[in-house]
Design a protein around this ligand. Structure first.
Ligand code: GLN
Length: 235
């Protein structure tokens, strides 16, 4: 049986607003196709378990990001090599911010990221909290929905491009109408909620990138109903 190796990075520190549901979605959508999914939780001080097909890192408050920022520096070289090998990464909010160069909070030292994305984040003066609808250029997922809760403002540079433009909500910084980021197979988004359960076609896209093959479609009636119920939902 084909096996999918998923590395869940720092779930004891970065895992808010249901972000752990993204792991469950990846696991179940693989298993529903007869693919075994192995989840490795990697927390502070753990010995790393080698290569993975997908890495996931959730969101969290500034305090938890301080510890994860320090931890991630120990694995920056390895994770950069994983990115360049084509591994898939998904970071949500605080985890997304640490996949960039740095996150500068209001009243703390700059938190260094691991530069998987050519992006940086600075603390804003207001908190963005509410529903999000994003328009994408993915024909298999023309809209993405979720929930945002962040004060960080993320700006993209170089070959790192946004994954969508705002229909409802603020996204990366509330200024340039962009949401999320992608470079190679590294994806970041501010969408909590969980993100993947109600964006099933995007979940499958990540699985197909990780497995290197097309997957048979599933009956996503329930997931699509959840997605459609949130499209254009007021902020
Ligand atoms: N602490 C970061 C911010 O406020 C990330 C928050 C989050 O992960 N929801 O921008």
């Amino acid at each position: 049986m084909k096996k999918l190796r998923i590395g869940h990075l720092y779930p004891k520190l970065l895992n808010i607003y249901g972000d752990g549901g993204n792991i469950i979605t990846l696991k179940k959508r693989a298993e529903w196709r007869g693919i075994e999914a192995e989840i490795h939780e990697i927390n502070s001080g753990d010995v790393w378990l080698g290569e993975h097909d997908i890495y996931f890192i959730g969101g969290g408050q500034d305090l938890q990001q301080i510890e994860v920022s320090k931890e991630l520096q120990r694995h920056k070289v390895f994770l950069t090599a994983e990115r360049d090998r084509g591994a898939v990464f998904l970071g949500i909010c605080g985890g997304y911010q640490l996949m960039g160069h740095y996150y500068q909070p209001h009243d703390a030292d700059k938190l260094m990221g691991i530069s998987l994305l050519d992006a940086y984040t600075v603390a804003g003066n207001k908190r963005f909290i509410g529903n999000v609808t994003v328009k994408t250029e993915y024909e298999f997922a023309p809209t993405l929905v979720g929930f945002e809760n962040h004060s960080g403002l993320t700006y993209l540079q170089g070959d790192t491009k946004h994954i969508g433009t705002m229909i409802v909500g603020n996204g990366n910084n509330g200024q340039d109408k962009t949401e999320g980021a992608r470079y190679k197979n590294v994806f970041g988004t501010y969408m909590h909620g969980s993100f993947l359960p109600k964006n099933p076609k995007f979940a499958d896209y990540l699985l197909e990138l990780a497995l290197g093959e097309k997957l048979t479609p599933l009956d996503d009636t329930i997931e699509d109903n959840a997605h459609n119920a949130l499209i254009n939902k007021a902020y």
